[in-house]
Design a binder for this molecule. Sequence first.
Ligand SMILES: Cc1cc2nc3c(=O)[nH]c(=O)nc-3n(C[C@H](O)[C@H](O)[C@H](O)COP(=O)(O)OP(=O)(O)OC[C@H]3O[C@@H](n4cnc5c(N)ncnc54)[C@H](O)[C@@H]3O)c2cc1C
Length: 561
Amino acid sequence: MGADSSFSHRGRAAALAKMMEAPVDLLVIGGGITGAAIARDAALRGLAVGLIGKGDFAGGTSSHSSRLIHGGLRYLEHRDFRLVFEASRERRILLNIAPHLVRPLPFVFPAYKGARVPGWKIFAALWLYDLLASFRNVHTHRWLSRKAARHMEPGLREKGLTGAGLYWDAQADDARLTLATLRAAALAGANVANYVEVTGLSKPDGRVTGAVVQDQITGQTATIQGRVVVNATGPWVDGLRRLDDANAAPLLRPTKGVHVVVPRARIGHTNAITLLSPVDGRVMFILPWGEVSYIGTTDTDDRGSPDEIRATGEDVIYLLRSANALFPQARLAPKDVISTWAGLRPLLAPEKSATPAQVSREHRVVESASGMLTIAGGKLTTHRVMGRDVVDRVAQKLHEIDGRGVPPRAGTDHLVLPGGDIADLEVMVESARARDIPEPVARHLVKTYGSESAGVVNLIERDRSLGRSILEGRPEVWAEVVHSVEREMAMRLSDVLIRRTHLFYEDAGHGSAAAPPVARRMADLLGWDRGRETEEIADYLTEVQRAREFMTGVARASRVS
Ligand SMILES: Cc1cc2nc3c(=O)[nH]c(=O)nc-3n(C[C@H](O)[C@H](O)[C@H](O)COP(=O)(O)OP(=O)(O)OC[C@H]3O[C@@H](n4cnc5c(N)ncnc54)[C@H](O)[C@@H]3O)c2cc1C
């Protein structure tokens, strides 16, 4: 099955039917980046793979990260050198296999007199950071004098500034990286479906051999058999483990992280900024994303449900206060916040006591007494290694189950992801422009879809009305709605407005004005009746409300200065 047909609503139905028809070698539960990496790796090794996620792909943590593919400068403080080494190597690999989605980003880390981390320590850390990347990062770091730092970022607070480090990491569209990885899995033969929830596990002889599932779109229930079942549900892993063993000890110590989106011009920065929050000394970031910037993140223990996580007034004030302290002229207030997102880090519970920021970002594969594998911990950056480690265990288990040979590891480190097979993004932009696509739209399409932007441009060439902007003045066009449904398995309105495009986060109105017309178009493509269309719009507006709930909290809280 080609990626185009396997990644539509029709492909979803076909994939589900196949999973229900015959046992798969590997059933992956979880459609975030970890599940995606496992499915891609296993399918490339020739295993029969099924993957299901209870919501949209990347609907959990994998669309709520800081969007960094990074070695993790911060982890040097905790002497997590192995992790930084591994993550730096992964950064290099991802820049190569998904150049349209993972892009180099320069960071300025200013040093201030009396700060928790003095300038000399930043200086030393940047050397070590480059060393752990074997000096093969995009560029090696530089130390900037006070004057050079102000020249580079004129808005930086002047008082106490002693200099700054300039170093490189990478930024990624986390949701689209997950989608691309899943599409690669499907291209390699995996059957994948979103909106399929596991409600129970089948254990006929005490061994987990499948899952009881419910299709969240049709309501249909069924059982999917898997010779090996992997729980890759991120912050939900402990809940899934309890379906297997009601007394299973928790593997995770989840921490909550919040980001706020503000107009970039208000901060006026050019580079990504690494800062020590003046509130509690934590390392955080101000990250550029087109016309907006996002500030994050908080890091607080949270035992709440991953389904209910959201930004509070307190979170928002903490983030704005931290940014204002570094960029005093920004004077950001809660009313300036365009959007927010919040996620739970599925971190491994540490053996000894630690602050949330000290909890390791390493991963671990655990097998239950009934044979279900769970992957816990890890990062967006290290997802490929996590996938590989899980599939090594799966291959071994399959060998033990039916005596088959253990397949060699797949070339996940050099096989490019869909859309990534281009050396020069500018050439693609030029080619789109030559087909009468305005430059801002051409740039947006190439940045979002890489080489697959050609497919979106083809849609526009066939029907010029699809070249119109979804919202006036913005580069997202109607062809993307069609593309999302027909080639990216968008099943619900929020899939298009939140994760396929990012209107939810980037438009000052959260894309609410686009909700009715986009729902209309999706109704035509997916055969929704009027009732369903209205329901989709209402559900979307509820999501918008959730992202703005912090406003009631800030009304009670103190002034942001
Ligand atoms: C605030 C924050 C910032 C971060 N920033 C970074 C960063 O900059 N760089 C970095 O490398 N890492 C970062 N991380 C970590 C990274 O985002 C996560 O490690 C990663 O996204 C986890 O992916 P996952 O697939 O394991 O979990 P998820 O993305 O949460 O996926 C789990 C999936 O399981 C599904 N699921 C749950 N229950 C069921 C069920 N019963 N049946 C079927 N499916 C189910 C859910 O629908 C969900 O989609 C950050 C995390 C947070 C929270």
